[in-house]
Design a protein around this ligand. Structure first.
Ligand code: UD1
Length: 372
């Protein structure tokens, strides 16, 4: 069977990497081609991830770039449709919840091509979040659902999905995390860009921020930066800045105080080497909530809700929203050693990709494709 794997934005790359590694290692009756939509295009948002995560160059690059949601989604759809019509794959595999995920699943489904969604079933129930819309629409039309945590099964069943199409397999992003942690152990500490920062600050916190709800409103963003400034008087902070956040800081005339060290977006290995030794992570990312849980690092999430509740129930994650007072209070608690400890969720064991591919080979053999 022939299938297309789709990736578009930074958080997709660490999810497709282990699947492709497993395809190259295993003997699955599956042939794949890789499509990069080009939703993220900066070297540090895309190319460095392909290099470090050992992802082969894409077979197709759609080169869509930035734009409004409609513009970006539409461009991916038009260009992806051409490829699907030419290639007639048996299946399209999409991962995560970015605009590229949504765009490609719609195109495939309307051409009668089966869709497998990796990281299906997650729900924040916050419809102001673009990713929540992407998740709901993608799952509404997918054929096979690969689920990272049990809440995903409950959500999909509640939405009427058949039990037999839902597969609880664990998390491909955690497969990748463990693979990279192992690689990291062979690299000398001084080969990292942040080596100097780490040497000067034996105890530090790491910040990431990019969600529209936190960075698109001047008052909210200013409040968060104020809170971070206060935290940084007790714990040195380092903040790799996403392009969207960087642009807004400039636009709103805000300033990051000198007590917070800022950097450009970091590569996967650079970021991993930084947060794995952090005392505390403050973030609004989805994936980082999970990676900190997998490594047992305290995480303060600057959101009111999460589509990944296992990180709060079993892991090290705490939701604090964007209220400066709560951010500072939770950071202080963590500094006193009162942060959540947590355990590793079920099936986050580095073998999710193998489970997914074995399942896919099996269902495609059994059920065939629409066209066959
Ligand atoms: C996207 C995903 C989000 C994910 C995030 C991680 C959607 C709806 N959102 O959000 O789920 O967590 O990626 O980064 O798909 N830009 C650059 N260079 C790039 C890419 C973007 O400068 O390589 C700038 C552009 O000004 C662009 C803005 O960042 O307009 C936002 O990019 P976009 O892809 O629209 O969404 P993200 O905020 O990155």
């Amino acid at each position: 069977h022939k299938f297309l794997i789709v990736a578009g934005a930074r958080p997709n790359f660490m999810k497709i990497a282990p699947i492709i590694r497993e395809l190259q290692r295993g003997s699955y009756p599956l042939e794949y081609q890789l499509v990069h939509t080009g939703q993220h295009y900066d070297k540090e948002m895309s190319d460095v991830f392909f290099e470090e995560l050992e992802i082969p160059p894409p077979d197709y690059h759609l080169d869509v770039g930035s734009g409004s949601h409609a513009e970006q989604t539409a461009k991916v759809m038009v260009r992806f449709e051409e490829i699907c019509m030419k290639d007639r794959p048996d299946l399209v595999m999409v991962v995560g919840d970015v605009n590229s995920t949504l765009a490609c699943s719609i195109v495939a489904k309307k051409l009668g091509i089966k869709v497998a969604h990796v990281e299906a079933g997650l729900r924040s129930r916050d419809m102001t979040m673009p990713e929540e819309v992407n998740r709901i629409v993608t799952d509404a039309i997918s054929d096979y659902f690969f689920v990272t945590e049990k809440s995903g099964i409950d959500n999909l069943l509640a939405e009427g999905k058949p039990n037999g199409a839902i597969f609880f397999v664990g998390h491909v992003m955690i497969d990748n995390l463990f693979h990279q942690v192992e690689k990291l152990q062979r690299l000398p500490e001084n080969s990292f860009e942040t080596a100097d920062f780490k040497r000067r600050h034996p105890s530090y916190g790491v910040v990431t921020l990019h969600r529209p709800s936190n960075v698109d409103d001047p008052k909210t963003l200013a409040g968060i930066i104020e809170a971070l400034a206060e935290v940084s008087s007790e714990l040195p902070l380092i903040f790799p800045i996403h392009p969207r956040t960087q642009a807004n800081i400039r636009k709103f005339g805000l300033e990051i105080p000198e007590s917070i060290v800022t950097t450009k977006p970091l590569s996967y290995m650079e970021f991993l080497n930084l947060f794995k030794d952090a005392r505390l992570v403050l973030t609004d990312s989805g994936g980082i909530q999970e990676e900190t849980t997998a490594l047992g690092i305290p995480c303060i999430t600057l959101r009111e809700n999460t589509e990944r509740p296992i990180t709060v129930e079993e892991g090290t994650n705490i939701l604090v929203g964007s209220d400066p007072v709560r951010i500072v209070a939770e950071a202080r608690k963590a500094l006193k050693g009162l942060a959540a400890t947590g355990r590793k969720p079920e099936l986050w064991d580095g073998k999710a990709s193998a489970r997914i591919l074995a399942t896919l080979a099996d269902v495609l053999n059994r059920e065939g494709t629409y066209s066959s």
